[in-house]
Design a protein around this ligand. Structure first.
Ligand code: NAI
Length: 431
């Protein structure tokens, strides 16, 4: 963990030997945001988060306060907060360390958010494979109940909240918010048709806010320090700070907390550069579901607008770095195998399309591509993009179309030469 041009916020005491305990959190100013929030009108909390410009940190970047504001007026029935802790996007590894290092940031954020939207029962949906995170969250919730931050009459305010931590069963699709809700309700996790959005009909068909872990964990400090503190960080339209996950061919991979708008060049300076002093070949700005970038994008500010204008998406800020020993065809084939495996099968473009993308890519990787295969890939992508039931299908096409855009010659070489001959495995740490 490291920070760039910013006093650490979410990662301030990650290096503390007992960073995850309630005592450590309280020693570092924990729960001051909640104490302040409980004196505020819930509508004023929603307004403060709107004013902060916080945008969803799960990848889509939807304004968090606006999402809260979409809930219909209170009809006396239940309304829910569901935290999406099903982090599974390839390269994305920020929420899991956050929950392991400082789970109380999330719990405090859950309580403030629930108070703001009038929720009495919140859920945290964790991906099934990370049993250690599940256990840590259970312990953190227990500590919060013991100290009077959860349960009946929180800190004497008259407000009561229960939190349930739920472990999924290990399916990428359950990170899609409506598939997550189906899974939480006990059904097979598959996306629902939107609209209605969860804000109107979510968990048990009741108004529901689904927010990412980092989004919710950012709320306590926004309330404690004020919206103007948050807007003083980042850029005008991409406010605040966030976790940037550097992985792959970098000297010091890990989490780097920085204001939005930082560049990869600046982050690489912090991370010791490309491993062994080699050259950067390509990278993902926001996980494998976002179009890849090349060395030409080293100075692109990593904010929603600049990354979008350069042809990609900020996504989850999962910066997977690949040096010049890497075959782009192999990398793209591996990602596509992932999407084909994780496609839930509900809609035809994604189910059939990802299967055929995988087939064509495998033969190009093996040097057995046939004339027209590149056009076939692009045609398949065209038939998936915008036609699939959820974002999984769109995401699966991003790495392929962008890789062909920047490295078409490598795909053409796949008509006669296997990727492993062009890029021998012994020279590449990835394969
Ligand atoms: P989206 O843009 O469809 O929705 C974003 C959020 O805004 C949702 O919560 C949605 O309910 C809400 N929303 C949008 N319009 C609304 C309206 N009119 N009324 C009420 N609510 C509205 O994006 P989606 O499908 O939720 O997420 C896609 C992103 O997820 C991708 O861009 C990718 O970066 C990211 N992703 C993250 C993963 C991870 O592990 N963190 C895994 C896979 C994808």
């Amino acid at each position: 963990m490291s920070t760039v041009g910013l006093s650490p916020v979410l990662t301030e005491f990650w290096d503390h030997p007992q960073s995850w305990t309630m005592d450590t959190y309280l020693d570092h100013g924990g729960y001051e945001g909640l104490k302040k929030a409980l004196t505020m009108d819930p509508a004023a909390i929603v307004q403060e988060v709107k004013d902060s410009g916080l945008r969803g940190r799960g990848g889509a970047g939807f304004p968090t306060g606006m999402k809260w504001g979409f809930l219909p007026p209170d009809d006396g029935g239940p309304r829910y907060l569901v935290v999406n802790a099903d982090e599974s996007e390839p390269g994305t590894c920020k929420d899991i360390p956050l929950m392991m290092a400082t789970p109380q940031f999330l719990i405090e954020g859950v309580i403030i958010t629930s108070f703001a939207i009038g929720c009495r029962h919140a859920f945290i949906y964790v991906r099934g494979e990370v049993v250690h995170v599940y256990r840590r969250l259970l312990k953190a919730v227990e500590e919060a109940y013991d100290r009077g931050f959860l349960g009946d009459n929180i800190l004497g305010s008259g407000y009561s909240l229960d939190v349930t931590v739920h472990a999924g069963a290990g399916a990428y699709i359950c990170g899609e918010e409506t598939a997550l809700l189906d899974s939480l309700e006990g059904r097979r996790g598959q996306p629902r048709l939107k609209p209605p959005f969860p804000a109107v009909a979510g968990l048990y068909a009741r108004p529901t806010v689904v927010n990412n872990v980092e989004s919710v964990a950012s709320v306590p400090q926004i309330i404690a320090r004020g919206a103007s503190w948050f807007t003083s960080l980042g850029t005008e339209k991409s406010a605040g700070h966030g976790l940037f996950s550097l992985s792959g061919h970098v000297e010091r991979p890990g989490q780097y907390e920085a204001p939005l708008g930082i560049t990869l060049r600046e982050l690489l300076d912090m991370a010791g550069g490309i491993r062994g002093g080699r050259q950067l070949k390509f990278w993902t700005p926001g996980g494998s579901s976002t179009p890849i970038f090349t060395a030409d994008h080293l100075d692109t500010p990593l904010d929603y607008e600049s990354v979008g204008a350069a042809g990609s998406m900020l996504g989850t800020r999962a910066l997977q770095i690949f040096d010049d020993t890497t075959s782009v065809v192999r990398a793209v084939t591996r990602w596509t195998e992932f999407y084909a495996h994780e496609s839930c099968g509900k809609c035809t473009p994604c189910r059939e399309g990802t299967y055929w993308l995988k087939q064509v890519l495998r033969r190009i990787e093996a040097g057995q591509g046939t004339q027209g295969d590149i056009e076939k890939l692009l045609d398949l992508c065209d038939n998936i993009l915008g036609r699939a039931f959820c974002a999984l299908g769109d995401g699966a096409t991003s790495c392929i179309t962008s890789a062909i855009q920047y490295f078409r010659d490598e795909f053409e070489a796949g008509m006669h030469t296997p990727a492993w001959e062009l890029f021998p495995p012994e020279r590449s740490a990835l394969f």
